[in-house]
Design a protein around this ligand. Structure first.
Ligand code: ADP
Length: 958
């Protein structure tokens, strides 16, 4: 055995003693070495490099066999990686450092040579070889090897392996061979190191890629289970293990639960709990340190609680690492298992630890995500609730949606809302989280109105204390009576009071069918929601009030337009019915009026305004139907009260065929009452059952009163219109009659007057005195008759002048009248005075006629008054001018104040010419111009006639 003791590379220049021929061969040698170096650097793939080393070693030196060994730094053994020659057919166990030529070369970092293994055996040649039961000597001998040369592969002070050359015959020491091999080994070591570095780099890159992938997963998927599944898939791949598991740790429950596994024969592992102290997982949970074993079943360092399962699965090598938070808290376990004795190395542990740190991020992210998600859900629910509140919908749908969302977000089965104003709780809304409808509980819910809140202590308590009441299990709590828990089929309950301005206005009741504890965050959220609901209730109340005020106002505007016929009323009622139906949130509104003891449908209107001829045809068919058939309508009319039907199918107040014919479920009937008398009904109908709220009933009643009044007004208006038309036609007839009569009378009258005049003129002196007197009487009477006829004609012509009104000076008129009366005034010493008089708007002849009649009467009826005095005055009365003619004459008994204005009515207190038509004419003129006339007087005290005259008449200026 020769040990040359040197590893210093021998350069070609150093071998000068070999002379010129040697020089040539040396040059060749160099060229060959360069070639080898080139070959070695041609690849970075380690197995290929090792193969090249084997190739070169054989050809370059000329040995028969060659083996290249790689040293595993973990176990310190040499493993055969490449082989040339006959030896490749046999298995080569690992060689320990110091064992044989290769082991000794690697250990000593020197060339080791045995020219004849029989004569100079290599180190530890007779010791058994790696548990094969044979010595190295026996194996070498069997292989027929005689000489062995071993060179270590060393780079930067680190042994990477060894190269061995073998000869079948004893082989003398050849300086040049050794030098060549040593030189080759130098290059080989560098090539191996480079290949290893490259492999490491590739590994690192792979690792980086893997981490990037995991990181991507971490940020893209917040689903913890899927991230963990990826992590164990990587763990299994990187550690080349048969199986991998992951189990997040629940600190509160002190248990890690397997959530995912790969490579196991069955999926019986998912859900398995690992307790601290049990198995190697339990060991890691306890210590917080990684744990590695190469022989699971026989390792005494941990408790064997899971051996049955480990045996079934064939656990051999096992490595577990903790998943640790930044602060060192254990978040879970990650472990890999081999079914064969392939121990896990330090490198595997490093890989697994890195993966565990990623799992830690995943777990933390998932926890954060869960918390964020929960907070988001809560925020979303609150936002939605706020949104609903702001949308100013009706209370019912608002509460419906809030109730459903609340039960969902708080994890309850159902959410109900009761309002309270002393006395029983008023059920408003009850909604299941999944939106289902259940009629039994609904009925029970509706019937809550029969119970005082104190009957359910939990309810009474929440209202009295104005604080939430939690009942985790109704069956063992005295706060919930058994009967109540059963009817509502509830186990756990949370009652939160609805509070507005420190006053409890109701409660929010959340319940579940199973017992459940309630967390502080749930309670806080429920309280927040309750505050929102309370606000919603208040807003909705305001809104409902506002809305009903608006609808009522609109109805009033629509209906109280004066002088409306029923014909004109119908489209208005239609508009109102539609408004109301919409405001009440019902489908249809119908109005029936009572005519001759029967209800006659006059109008039926859909909330959306659409016209339904088929429906109307159905109504018409009902026309002949006796009213008693419809108990609800009869009741509403008889009791003069609204009749509420929540579900027509459950009520006997409505005729069945009627309900079916119109597809009715909910009906609200209010009587139409005008002046205490029922004139019809107004009904609101819906094809869905519903509960009518007090505000709906109020609104319906208010509108019904409006409608009734309008219907009645329309009827009265029509009656008065008819009367007026009657009167007008009669007046017209009378006018024609008067005119024709007076006209026809006038002709014979003129003849009589003429004849009487002729007779007097021609035969006057010859006639007996008696006859002349009679003729005089005839003349006077015909004169009177003519005046009468003239007056009557004037009367009948009023309103038919066909002249346009104009500005007329009252002062001028009075002056004219005074001028005409001047002789009389002078003869009797009568004083006629007038103040400042205005300009009136009218027909001059008419105004003159009025003044002439009034002033004329004043003069005529002065009687014996010594100092007769007539005064004309006028005063501004806003839209009117008030004129007066005052005298200090005989006066008029108040008993006759009205009668004197009638045609032909005279009092005959004094002897005065007249027809009794003068005041009638004055009154008719004044009235047709929109004014009125009256007298203020007492017998013997003079009389004052006053009349008003509008400042402006239609189409003119005042
Ligand atoms: P006549 O042609 O009789 O005056 P009128 O219609 O003008 O008819 O008047 C009706 C009656 O009213 C008169 O007959 C008279 O009795 C009474 N009357 C009218 N004006 C006065 C007056 N200024 N003072 C007293 N009585 C009057």
């Amino acid at each position: 055995m020769t040990d040359n003791g040197s590893l210093t590379p021998t350069s070609a220049a150093d071998s000068s003693e070999t002379g010129p021929p040697a020089f040539a061969s040396q040059a060749m040698e160099l060229a060959a070495l360069q070639e080898s170096a080139q070959a070695l650097t041609s690849t970075l793939h380690l197995p290929a490099v090792l193969e090249i080393i084997a190739d070169r070693a054989c050809t370059f030196i000329g040995a028969e066999h060659c083996t290249v060994f790689e040293l595993d730094p973990v176990d310190g053994c040499l493993y055969r990686r490449a082989v040339r020659g006959r030896l490749g057919n046999e298995a080569e166990p690992a060689i320990s450092l110091g064992h044989g030529v290769a082991g000794a070369a690697a250990l000593r970092r020197r060339v080791v040579f045995s020219p004849d293994v029989e004569l100079e055996p290599p180190p530890k040649y007779d010791e058994p070889w790696a548990g094969l039961g044979m010595t190295m000597a026996e194996i070498v001998r069997r292989r027929g090897i005689r000489a062995i040369l071993g060179v270590p592969l060393v780079s930067r002070e680190t042994v990477l392996g060894a190269v061995c050359l073998y000869w079948d015959q004893p082989h003398g020491y050849d300086e040049r061979e050794v030098r060549r091999l040593t030189n080759l080994a130098q290059y080989a070591a560098i090539a191996i190191e480079n290949a290893r570095l490259y492999a490491d780099m590739a590994e690192q890159r792979r690792e980086a890629e893997l981490l990037a992938e995991i990181t991507r997963d971490l940020s893209s998927s917040l689903d913890l289970a899927s991230v963990l599944r990826k992590i164990i898939a990587h763990a299994r791949e990187r550690c080349t293990s048969d199986m991998a598991f992951v189990a997040p740790y629940d600190r509160q429950r002190r248990v890690a639960t397997i959530v995912a596994s790969v490579g196991a024969r069955t999926d019986i592992y998912t859900g398995v709990n690992i307790l601290p102290g049990s198995g190697i997982g339990g060991k890691v949970l306890e210590t917080g340190q990684p744990f590695v074993t190469g022989d699971y079943l026989n390792d005494p360092r941990f408790s064997h609680d899971y051996d049955v399962r480990a045996e079934q699965e064939g656990f051999v090598a096992n490595m577990a690492v903790p998943i640790l938070s930044v602060g060192g808290e254990i978040l879970g376990l990650l472990w890999v298992v081999n079914r064969s004795p392939r121990p896990f190395t330090a490198r595997h542990q490093a890989v697994l630890t890195t993966l565990a740190s990623h799992a830690a991020i995943a777990v933390r992210n998932a926890r954060l995500f869960e918390a964020t998600q929960r907070r988001l859900d809560e925020t979303a629910a609150l936002l939605r609730i706020a949104e609903i509140l702001n949308s100013k919908l009706e209370l019912e749908p608002v509460l419906k949606e809030i109730a459903q969302r609340t039960s969902q977000v708080l994890g309850f089965d159902r959410c109900s809302v009761f309002l309270w104003n002393g006395g029983p709780a008023q059920p408003v809304m009850s909604q299941f989280a999944d939106g289902r409808a259940a009629s039994g509980p609904w009925q029970a819910f509706r019937e809550m109105t029969r119970h005082q809140v104190e009957e359910i202590p939990a309810l009474g308590e929440a209202i009295r204390s104005a604080a939430p009441v939690v009942v985790p299990d109704a069956r063992i709590s005295s706060l919930i009576p058994d009967w109540w828990g059963e009817t509502f089929s509830l186990r756990s309950v949370l009652i939160v009071p609805l509070i507005r301005q420190s006053v409890v206005i109701g409660v929010l009741l959340l319940d579940r069918a199973d017992p459940a504890p309630l967390g502080e965050p749930q309670l806080a959220l429920a309280t927040t929601i309750a505050a929102q609901v309370a606000l919603a209730v208040e807003t909705a109340r305001h809104h409902a009030e506002e809305r009903s005020r608006a609808v009522t106002l609109a109805a009033q505007v629509e209906l109280t337009q004066a002088s409306t016929s029923t014909l004109e009323l119908k489209p208005r009622l239609k508009a109102i019915a539609q408004h109301t139906a919409r405001a009440m949130g019902v489908e249809r509104c119908t109005i029936d009026l009572l005519r001759d003891g029967r209800l006659v449908p006059v109008m039926s209107q859909h909330a959306d305004g659409h016209h339904d001829p088929a429906l109307w045809a159905k109504f018409k068919r009902l026309l002949g139907r006796p009213m008693q058939d419809n108990t609800a309508s009869v009741q509403a009319m008889r009791l003069k009260r609204p009749v509420l039907v929540e579900d027509a199918r459950r009520s006997d107040l409505l005729a069945r065929d009627w309900v079916e014919m119109f597809g009715l479920r909910a009906v609200l009937i209010v009587p139409l009452i005008a002046k205490d008398e029922v004139v019809g009904i107004m009904s609101f109908t819906d094809s869905q059952p519903r509960s009518w709220t007090a505000s709906q009933v109020d609104l319906a009643m208010t509108l019904a009163a409006q409608v009734a009044l309008s219907v009645e007004n329309a009827r009265l208006y029509e009656e008065s219109q008819r009367a007026r038309a009657d009167l007008e036609s009669k007046n017209a007839e009378l006018d024609t009659f008067v005119y024709s009569v007076s006209h026809d009378l006038k002709a014979p009258l003129v003849t009589i007057q003429g004849m009487a005049g002729l007779l007097l003129d021609e035969c006057g002196p010859g006639l007996p005195e008696e006859a002349s007197r009679y003729l005089g009487r005839i003349q006077a009477n015909t004169q009177q008759m003519e005046s009468l006829i003239t007056d009557l004609l004037a009367l009948s012509r009023i309103g038919h002048e066909g002249r346009a009104p104009a500005a007329v000076s009252l002062e001028e008129i009075v002056e004219d009248v005074a001028a005409d009366l001047a002789p009389v005034l002078r003869d009797h010493g009568i004083e006629l005075v007038s103040g400042e008089l205005p300009v009136l708007w009218g027909i001059r002849t008419q105004i003159e006629q009025v003044m002439r009649n009034l002033i004329g009467n004043a003069v005529k009826y002065l009687g014996d008054t010594a100092a007769g005095r007539v005064e004309v005055a006028a005063a501004d009365r806003g839209a009117f001018v008030e004129c007066q003619v005052r005298d200090n004459g005989i006066g008029i008994d108040p008993a006759y104040h009205e009668r004197i204005f009638e045609v032909f009515q005279r009092l005959k207190e004094v002897e005065a010419e007249g027809t009794g038509v003068g005041l009638t004419i004055a009154m008719k003129i004044i009235q047709t111009n929109g004014g009125r006339i009256w007298v203020e007087s007492e017998k013997g005290r003079g009389a004052t006639f006053r009349f008003t005259w509008p400042k402006r008449t239609a189409g003119g200026e005042g």
